[in-house]
Write a protein that binds this ligand. Sequence first.
Ligand SMILES: Nc1nc2c(ncn2[C@@H]2O[C@H](COP(=O)(O)OP(=O)(O)O)[C@@H](O)[C@H]2O)c(=O)[nH]1
Ligand SMILES: [Mg+2]
Length: 207
Amino acid sequence: MHSNASEAPAHHTPAPLSAEAQDALKIVVVGGFGVGKTTMVGAVSEIRPLSTEEVMTEAGVGIDDPSRVRSKTTTTAAFDFGRITITEDKILYLFGAPGQERFWFLWDQLFAGSLGAVVLVDARRLEDSWYAIDRLEAHGMPFVVAVNRFEPGPALDRLRDALSLPAEVPLVECDARSRDDCKAVLISLVRHLNDLYAPSPAREGTP
Ligand SMILES: Nc1nc2c(ncn2[C@@H]2O[C@H](COP(=O)(O)OP(=O)(O)O)[C@@H](O)[C@H]2O)c(=O)[nH]1
Ligand SMILES: [Mg+2]
């Protein structure tokens, strides 16, 4: 008899949200169709990301164009949802927002209460992420732009020009499948927020 009911299982699923959790922080990941939003939320989330990814059906034909996005057979019907515990009482929630124009009505709700956003860009299809940048600028929502390199492409400074990104908006590279890359993107957003909101000595001096 080796079984012992009081023994903790060696492997268990991540604990449910801590009772201490008080601060819920929210970051949204936006961008065009097939740029890697679902992949990014899945790569960094500590819970199995909740996603409403559906196998593309006849209904998507002519609406979502997979011909330009190799090996993509699913499309996000609503949004992706992931979670990262920062400290016991600080939880970061990640929302991947569908990029297709027919889902824009969701964006205002999604942006409400968000700290900032990550715009994912596929360097081969910059135009697919232009509107996301436009909408974020219109909302006054701080954001960073992450270039998901599916294949070698133009240098970052050329992409910055092509996207007409102001110098102060961080532009970084990432592989959305890499947890470390995605973490680095989130850290660049947090640093950017810090630069925007932290009282600088110069600002403190002004009345
Ligand atoms: N080569 C490569 N493929 C990627 C990368 N990120 C995502 N993918 C693939 O690209 C496809 C689209 O990604 P997905 O996350 O579904 O895009 P979404 O529509 O923005 O949610 C999927 O088949 C991913 O596996 C990447 O950085 N490099
Ligand atoms: Mg998706």
